[in-house]
Design a binder for this molecule. Structure first.
Ligand code: AHR
Length: 494
């Protein structure tokens, strides 16, 4: 049993497309507050139950100058954003982000630029953000209207520094040394910061494994977490493999854990490196444009990566959350990428409405009800064969137990596309005293996608099949579906 890390339900806001401009920030929008933040988006962010937000990138951070985004707005420079071929106006920067976060009531995860910049600028940013005053950058923050330090705890040391697409990409040893040096400098200011080193950009990178080993060989003693990034999409319409994407996530996490522990073992270290899965989601990488259409030269906030998610995508997102919960003894932070408009659960119309994508629902329900401790679930049932991952459990599941409320929640995915699954939840150690609710997403209309005017295709619907059976519970999971079963239970003393 491991406690459910609240940071597992993080998200990500990058200066990319319409995530910031026209997403969380749209002065002039009918719901915009005095700071220009959209109140309709803020309400959906609260409903989603996001606990942390990573900022400001992503690829964007690797050529970002944080100083451009602070101070009087009319004096901030417009800059070319080399990552997304867009014009960054800098109307929104660190102070606006922190003000927005306060309204959303979430914790920041701040990324520093280790692409075009280095240790000095990272420490300057730390001073601006976290020092009380009496020094150059801290006094700038005070002059800019924020007397109290922000106290940001969790920091990313760059982003995807192994990726050839990254401005300032490095070799593992180069990056590992830079990360270690930057971490050491940041800890001179505050030894208790929590620092994330960049792992591979994804599991399929040719340098996967050796990258983690070499980075941690340089930086093991200086960092607390290593990052993982993964995006999933159906390949060749292979729905069974897509529904089993959590298999890949499981293997990826287990592999990085093993590599980190092997570096620790060689060093005879008692310290464990934790995992920040700080970018994950479904992303149709070739579908929505990732660069402005040709002819548009350096536009401001063009619509990029605006995926429209299906019901099947929502089932996969529910399955990925099961994998993250299952590994919560090592994955102590995670960020769904991203929050608004860019591969996001929340979409906006310029000047118009904000609405929920299908993937909104499993995230919101899991963030709300995965509380207390994660329990080991022994899956003992039929298997299904996938082209990509071979034979896998037909039903994947994880459970949480909240001792303080007496609530046990089971999250389940039926990965079989044509057959319902008859499931018995056999609990030991507790006595089920009642069924609070059971809801399901999927099973039908797998290709349906939400639109601003509705209907909301993946809104969880009551699963009427659930019934108590002795000490346990029986239910039917429709094919290709995600479900959440909430039980009232009391602990049984042996
Ligand atoms: O989330 C979109 C992009 O995906 C991020 O900027 C980058 O870190 C990753 O490759």
């Amino acid at each position: 049993m491991a406690p459910v890390p609240r940071r597992l339900f993080g998200s990500f806001v990058e200066h990319l497309g319409r995530c910031v401009y026209g997403g969380i920030y749209e002065p002039g929008h009918p719901t915009a507050d005095a700071d220009g933040f959209r109140a309709d988006v803020l309400a959906l962010v609260r409903e989603l139950g996001v606990t942390t937000v990573r900022y400001p990138g992503g690829n964007f951070v690797s050529s970002y100058r944080w100083e451009d985004g602070v101070g009087p707005v009319d004096q901030r420079p417009a800059r070319l954003d080399l990552a997304w071929h867009s014009l960054e106006t800098n109307a929104f920067g660190l102070d606006e982000f922190m003000r927005w976060l306060g309204k959303a009531d979430v914790e920041p995860i701040m990324a520093v630029n280790l692409g075009t910049r280095g240790t000095a600028e990272a420490v300057d940013l730390l001073e601006y953000a976290n020092h009380r005053g009496g020094s150059h950058f801290a006094d700038q923050r005070r002059d800019n209207g924020t007397p109290d330090p922000y106290g940001i705890r969790l920091w990313c040391l760059g982003n995807e520094m192994d990726g050839p697409w990254q401005v300032g990409a490095r070799t593992a040893t180069e990056y590992g040394r830079l990360a270690a040096q930057t971490a050491k400098a940041m800890r001179r200011f505050d030894p208790d910061l929590e620092l994330i080193a960049c792992g591979s950009s994804h599991y399929g990178m040719p340098t996967f494994g050796t990258w983690e080993r070499d980075v941690l060989t340089e930086a093991y003693d200086d960092v607390d977490l290593i990052s993982l990034h993964a995006y999933y999409q159906p390949v060749d319409d292979d729905l069974p493999s897509f529904l089993a994407s959590a298999e890949d996530m499981d293997r990826y996490i287990d592999s990085v854990t093993a590599i980190a522990d092997s570096v620790g073992a060689i060093r005879k270290s008692t310290k464990k490196i934790m995992i920040a899965f700080d970018e994950w989601n479904v992303w149709y990488q070739s579908a929505a444009p990732s660069k402005p259409p040709s002819g548009e030269d350096w536009p401001v906030a063009p619509p990029l990566l605006e995926d429209h998610y299906s019901v099947a995508d929502a089932v996969v997102v529910g399955g990925l959350l099961i994998s993250l919960l299952r590994h919560s003894d090592r994955v102590t932070a995670a960020c769904q990428a991203q929050l608004v408009n860019v591969i996001a659960p929340i979409m906006t119309e310029p000047g118009g409405s904000a609405w929920r994508q299908t993937i909104f629902h499993p995230f919101a329900r899991t963030a709300q009800h995965a509380r207390g401790a994660v329990l080991d679930v022994l899956r003992d049932g039929s298997t299904t064969t996938t082209d990509r991952y071979g034979e896998v459990d037909a039903v994947d599941a994880v459970s949480t137990w909240d001792e303080s409320t007496g609530e046990m929640t089971v999250f389940l995915v039926n990965r079989v596309t044509d057959t319902p699954a008859e499931v018995t939840v056999d609990v030991s150690g507790v006595q089920v005293t009642g069924i609070i609710e059971c809801v399901t997403v999927g099973g039908t209309d797998l290709d349906a996608r939400n639109t601003p005017d509705g209907p909301d295709h993946a809104a969880p619907r009551a699963n009427g099949t659930v019934q108590q059976a002795g000490a346990g519970v029986q239910l039917t999971l429709p094919p290709a579906s995600w479900s959440m079963l909430r039980l009232r239970a009391t602990e049984v003393t042996p």
